[in-house]
Design a protein around this ligand. Sequence first.
Ligand code: NAP
Length: 312
Amino acid sequence: MSARLLDGTAVAAQIRAEVGPRVAAFAARARRPPGLGIVLVGDNPASETYIAGKVKAAAGVGLRIDLERLPATASLAQLLGIVERLNGSDVYDGILVQSPLPEAMGAGAERRVFDVIHPAKDVDGFHPINVGRLMQNRATLIACTPSGIMELLERSQIAIAGTRAVVIGRSDIVGKPTAILLLHRHATVTMCHSRTPDLPAIAREADLLVAAIGRPAFVTPAFIKGGATVVDVGITRLTDRAQVERIVGAGSKRLQDFERRGSVVIGDVHPSVAEVAGALTPVPGGVGPLTVAMLLKNTVTAAEERFKARGR
Ligand code: NAP
């Protein structure tokens, strides 16, 4: 392996260490801790794991965090009712409705929910007002994974200004905001997606390549300019031993992990990319921990901004 690994766990710990004193200072001024209200609908096991991580991290920095659960059979109206109640409560500075919502809620349910969360409490940064502010480079609440990627790059002293950046994936929650943040930091940005012809050739132009696709080990050395920085956002849990062995190789530590647990999380970037890239975010331990850390940071920022807006 030649690539330098960008340690998301360490950077996330730095961010949490900075958030802690801000939480304490806010609590001293406001006589209450910043509050985060989370709503979980249904019993998706991956969502349960993510929520457990968020609850633990939030408690660790002194945030108040309350989880409301709805059964998978709940209606969209019930969910919107909870969001409206959290919007109106003075205890909660941030509101997070965990994705994905049950399919039975209907196709546009997530967008409806994101539209109803008050922009000042929108710690996921998904509300159209916050997305618009991001476009104009004046956002205070920015989607956690893209802003976490910027923190990881900047705190790892990876140059962004003047580089050629390629982002594969154009989702509203990762690909698009990541591309905009790179643009604001003066990269020359190309966005790619499933209809992009000759993707490897475009990716090979990148000094900085971000893969946010959701296809395990999709990005191979054929996509990489030697020495490039590669950010692997993908998280796919694989349970097929043959597939895992094909990707991680027989006798590898990752395969041993798989043997122990019966599954393993694989990113969008093939492990062999480490032989050609200059720097690489590992999966796990790269972008993932930053997403949670940025949620904590957004919550305390939302609390401070709401407090300021009241002239206190
Ligand atoms: P998404 O909404 O499914 O978007 C995937 C994007 O990848 C789409 O823009 C799609 O193109 C593109 N794509 C799919 N197949 C492609 C192909 N063969 N060639 C080129 N582009 C292709 O996914 P997402 O929410 O952005 O998430 C992406 C990955 O990041 C997932 O694995 C997710 O679990 C992970 N994730 C990780 C974190 C974290 O904290 N680390 C946070 C969020 C998401 P089209 O638009 O043309 O369909």
